[in-house]
Design a protein around this ligand. Structure first.
Ligand SMILES: Nc1ncnc2c1ncn2[C@@H]1O[C@H](COP(=O)(O)OP(=O)(O)OP(=O)(O)O)[C@@H](O)[C@H]1O
Length: 349
């Protein structure tokens, strides 16, 4: 135990990528103390953090989405703000609050995005599909440019990570995110109820999991320094290599997504010739490679392998595939089959 912590401290002290990796694994372990049965989701969120991309979590009601995102914010440390999506939320509510104070004077105070100045580390948008499109477009700018204009000046948030969640059950009074907005999320991660009966038993019978504030409050904070993530992310991208054959493989996967019939992908009840309206932008495919590099690094390698692409493929690519509207209702199953078959049909190096 003692020797691990000395090794950890040494790794921290040298500030190298190996030190960052040690801390990234400690970060995952910390989150997994509060969030059980979701190692896959925790790994994907860590990859997104180091790929410097925003994330949308989607799942049934009460599967722990909020708990996961709050745990990430707690373990990361740094200023954290959260807003609830509602139908009457105005874009300006993200930026400032106007009210009449005790002396009857009008006052304007910074809202959640501006409250911590430019050091904001995590902005969590709860139930994003309950907010109206005007709010989405401000969020979009914040995500794409990490900046907003308010109080007559430009604010930039160089360390900002946006997390959003939406439940996939309720469709009443909700506003779907436009395709362009979804493309700005580096990943969309599906969260399901854990399948393991032992994990389910713990979730239901262990009172620790009934008290979210206690659960999250018990986590260490500042396991990663949010101010160093941009540099660490850049160093990972520069140091993890892709071979020429792997690059060919990525281009092959990309082609297969755009023209699935060309590699004999067949999905029951689907006319493969008309299924795809748009399949993966260059932004999407470069996000795939960025995330695969981070995944390789977390696994202790400096070379991307096909398994790294496979690990991040669906969360990075699925939401960027645009289908003919007649298939939208069956989207989840179709896109899952499509991604799986693309991997089967395109020969890996
Ligand atoms: N895998 C998990 N690990 C730890 N706690 C969990 C897990 N899944 C569910 N919970 C517990 O279930 C409860 C509901 O979780 P939470 O509020 O995070 O769900 P949610 O998916 O955000 O729900 P909603 O869609 O209503 O916002 C909390 O008490 C939380 O601690």
């Amino acid at each position: 135990m003692a020797s691990t912590s000395i090794a950890e401290r040494r790794a921290e002290a040298d500030g190298s990528l190996e030190g960052w990796r040690t801390r990234a694994l400690a970060f995952e372990a910390e989150i997994s103390r509060a969030v059980i049965g979701q190692p896959h989701v925790v790994r994907l969120l860590t990859i997104a953090l180091f790929a410097r991309g925003h994330v949308l979590l989607e799942g049934d009601v009460g599967v722990g989405k909020t708990t996961i995102l709050r745990s990430v914010a707690q373990a990361l440390g740094g200023p954290f703000e959260r807003i609830e999506g509602t139908v009457d939320l105005m874009p300006t509510d993200m930026l400032y609050t106007a009210f009449v104070d005790d002396d009857g004077k009008p006052r304007v105070e910074p809202g959640p995005v501006l409250r911590h100045g430019e050091d904001l580390a995590v902005f969590f948008f709860n139930e994003i599909n309950r907010a109206r499109p005007q709010v989405h477009s401000l969020l979009l700018r914040l995500m794409a440019e990490r900046s907003v204009t308010a109080f007559g000046k430009e604010w930039s948030f160089p360390h900002l990570q946006v997390f959003a969640d939406r439940n996939r059950v309720e469709k009443e009074e909700t506003f779907e995110l436009p395709a362009a907005a979804r493309d700005r999320f580096v990943m969309e991660i599906g969260v399901d109820t854990p399948a393991d009966p032992e994990v389910r038993r713990e979730l239901v019978f262990d009172p620790r999991f009934h008290d979210v504030d206690g659960l999250i409050g018990g986590l260490k904070t500042g396991v990663l320094d949010h101010r160093g993530l941009n540099d660490a992310g850049r160093a990972i991208q520069a140091s993890v290599k892709t071979s020429r054959t792997l690059e060919q493989y990525v281009l092959g996967l990309w082609d297969a997504l755009r023209l699935p019939a060309s590699v004999d992908v067949a999905i029951e009840g689907v006319d493969m010739g008309r299924l795809i309206l748009g399949g993966g932008s260059p932004r999407g495919v470069s996000a795939l490679v960025r995330c695969a590099r981070v995944r390789a690094w977390l696994e202790g390698r400096d070379m991307v392998l096909p398994e790294d692409l496979r690990a991040v493929f669906a969360p990075v690519m699925a939401h960027r595939i645009f289908l003919d509207p007649i298939y939208e209702l069956r989207r989840d199953r179709i896109v899952r089959d499509l991604c799986a078959q693309v991997f089967e049909r395109v020969p890996a190096p």
